[in-house]
Design a protein around this ligand. Structure first.
Ligand code: ADP
Length: 444
């Protein structure tokens, strides 16, 4: 079933991971834009008000991240996208090599080429997402009441963030100079912000970071970015600024415009929860889950005494006796247990084992057991499960928690006749402690 198709996306977003793509898609949907997420550069993704391309580029080699981002950005611009947005993490997760700076430079070049070479490539944005406690003041990023460098992100295993000054952080990743529109200007209003952006563009800066402490600040920044006379630029940042831009675009959308395809109906069927996240919040959610929990132990997967087949056989038995019960398959463990497993198997091997088996369980559950609604916890885990299921694009629906929208997958590679399934893909630290029970209240 499809409704009237829009002529072109109002905003096209290139996101550096899948759960981050769902996060920004939820912000666009909440603003009233029909939104689809494409896993990887789109091929036949239906157009919508907002098209988000989900990549796996946050910690990829910079040249790979740039190549995938350019391919995605070019597709979006060629399909008439009015505004291009680079989505990265609200905690600016990156290394000194990238990939926020290199991707911003490549995508802003696409934007400036697209407008016939008027002006030099320029990116403007902020990771600030006040709804999630991320604010930026004088270029410094805060996570709740702590500087980024004093938050748990300082010890992130892949992208440790130990410098809170984003002008400095982005400068290390960029070939062009980085400027700042400080909070005093943001508070002065749209005209002042636009004038400051112009001045920095005329001074030939490559990147401009803007301060923001609340959604009103972001709304003013969005108004300035979309105003006549603003310097043409790639917009970028967290879900916060994307949401503000989406609110503004939804408000000015012409009434006769189509908005996008309508999400297909998900047939009735049992539910399943899969967790491969070791984050603190997920551990709380697993502990609070009232239903049956089936533990997946990486050491038993490694020695062959457990497997996806065993889990699926148990699920089949259970669904015969208790068809409506939600079951949680969980590899989630305490940091000590995870460290012990990693010491024995190696970090990468342990991760791959868990991701592969959870992916195989998802495929067996959907194809053979009739599971139609799946909740997946963990960013990498979500990517692995979606890939195993052959999911190519997702319609975005109601949010179960801030940044955690229900989605409907229609296209599944190699399974052309496959029925639609509902997926809730949750990054480790998202959602309240009772999400695993409450999420189903708004499921498609
Ligand atoms: P989060 O979003 O919380 O960071 P991810 O899924 O991105 O979650 O990352 C968690 C990683 O840890 C995955 O690669 C997963 O396979 C791995 N993992 C999960 N459980 C265990 C475990 N018990 N021991 C070792 N590694 C694990």
């Amino acid at each position: 079933v499809t409704g009237p198709l829009p002529a072109t996306p109002l905003i096209g977003i290139v996101a550096d991971d899948l759960t981050g793509a769902c996060d920004v898609a939820a912000a666009a949907t909440d603003a009233g834009l029909h939104t689809v997420v494409s896993l990887g550069p789109p091929s036949e993704t239906p157009l919508a008000d907002c098209v988000v391309v989900a990549l796996k580029s946050r910690t990829a080699a910079p040249d790979v991240a740039v190549r995938q981002s350019v391919e995605s950005g070019r597709w979006l611009l060629e399909h008439g996208t009015a505004l291009l947005y680079q989505k990265y993490c609200s905690t600016f997760d990156s290394t000194d090599r990238g990939n926020i700076g290199p991707v911003a430079e490549a995508l802003s070049s696409l934007v400036s080429d697209g407008i016939g070479g008027r002006g030099r490539p320029l990116s403007i944005g902020t990771p600030a997402t006040p709804e999630n406690g991320r604010t930026q003041y004088l270029g410094h990023l805060f996570v709740g009441d702590r500087l980024l460098s004093e938050s748990p992100l300082r010890d992130h295993p892949l992208t440790p963030m130990r410098d809170p000054d984003l002008v400095r952080v982005l400068s290390r990743q960029s070939t062009r100079p980085v400027g700042l529109v400080p909070h005093a200007t943001i508070r002065s209003g749209t005209d002042a912000i636009r004038a400051a952006m112009r001045e920095l563009a005329d001074a030939d800066l490559g990147h401009v970071l803007v301060d923001a402490l609340d959604d009103d600040d972001l709304d003013r920044v969005a108004a300035a970015l979309l105003a006549d006379g603003a310097p043409p630029a790639l917009a970028g940042g967290g879900a916060g600024l994307a949401g503000a831009l989406a609110r503004r675009l939804a408000g000015s959308r012409s009434a006769d415009r189509g908005t996008g395809g309508i999400a297909p109906v998900v047939p009735p069927g049992p539910r399943l929860l899969l967790s491969g996240s070791a984050s603190a919040r997920t551990r709380e959610q697993v502990a609070a889950f009232p239903g049956h929990v089936r533990i997946l132990d990486p050491l038993r997967l490694a020695d062959g005494s457990d497997s996806a087949e065993s889990v699926l056989a148990e699920l089949a038995d259970r669904s015969a006796t208790a068809p409506d019960e939600g079951v949680l398959i969980s590899a989630t463990a305490d940091p000590d247990q995870v460290r012990a497993v990693q010491a024995e198997l190696g970090t990468a091997t342990a991760a791959e084992l868990v991701e592969r088996e959870l992916g195989r369980i998802a495929v067996g559950a959907v194809d053979d057991l009739g599971i139609r609604r799946l909740l997946v916890a963990g960013g990498e885990t979500s990517g692995a499960v979606a890939e195993a299921l052959g999911v190519r694009s997702l319609y975005v629906g109601k949010s179960a928690a801030p940044g955690v929208p229900w989605t409907v997958a229609e296209h599944r590679d190699g399974r052309p006749g496959a029925e639609p399934i509902a997926l809730l893909l949750k990054s480790g630290n998202f959602g309240g402690p009772d999400l695993f029970s409450t999420a189903w209240e708004v499921a498609p």
